[in-house]
Design a protein around this ligand. Sequence first.
Ligand code: FES
Ligand SMILES: [Fe+2]
Length: 351
Amino acid sequence: MSTSGDGFLRDIWYFAVPSSALKPGEVMAKTLLGEPVVLARQADGKPYALRDICPHRGIPLSDGRMVGDEVECCYHGWRFNCEGTCTLIPSITTEQDFDSTRIKVRNYPLIERHGGLWIFMGRPDAKNTTAGLPAPGLPEIPDFADKPNISVSMDFPCHIDHAVIGLMDPAHGPYVHKSIFWRDEKSMHDKAKDFGPSPFGFAMKRHPPSKNAAAYKILGGGIFTEIRFRLPGVRVEHIEAGRYHLCNLTCVTPIGPMQTEVHHMVYWTMPWLTPLKPLLVPFVKRFLGQDRDVVVKQQRGLAFNPQLMLINDSDIQAKWYFRLKKSYDAWRKDGGDFDNPVRDTVLRWRS
Ligand code: FES
Ligand SMILES: [Fe+2]
């Protein structure tokens, strides 16, 4: 199985950190899915990721530094290149015949795209490679979404599953996001939206947005929105406003069993929106903070390990998420075609 007891999906790409968090010539320690990872960036900008444990005596490589394009361990100066191959052991004399390149530290496939570093987290016991199996590519994010105009990252003190289903939940808006900028209970009304399968996930098909969504109003008329979710926890909302585009990208990454990072990026092509950025950043932080605060409260109840419910139709997306995870596990284990459990359907709820 690709998920182990921790419930984390493996053999899949996760959003690791925003690009801006890692400067050329720097190393950075990061725990992802409970694994210690060191992220490094060469002088030419190329990033790479290795297991953050020196194979010599176990000290984190992230306590060392970059020397040229290699990571140097702070304890005895062993150096590792972007493939994780040991290129230098300073204590070896010229007469001693020892091939350091036989020593390797685990390397993680890493790709930089849409202003973020994406890491492929394979199974811990297997070769960490996207080769061999038909690994899915990265999420399809619109081309214009190159460098985020806004990037906000937040820690959620919960398992990834609660962060994902909390963020996709269509019924919490009027209660959790009570705000003059958004909706309240008085504006609640019946909704019916078309959904269908999309690669490794599902989509709320392209439609004009809800009339009571004040935040959309500032974008002007002729608006359409499409929302896609895909494993392991990536939500892409693409809004078209006439000839302009706006994309909200939300990526959920497990740090540990009870710690999850939520990264939210906003990209747009409207030039007139850019001067409003100082107003929009606090809005995004506040919005995401409301989702985090409710998760913090939820943990006080979950501590008693209660039975939970998923009801129709407002929790059907959450049901799909769990089914998709199972399908993905089976597909990575058995091969064949990925069996997407989602079918074309209309979901109805009030919000
Ligand atoms: S512990 Fe890293 S070089 Fe010795
Ligand atoms: Fe929310």
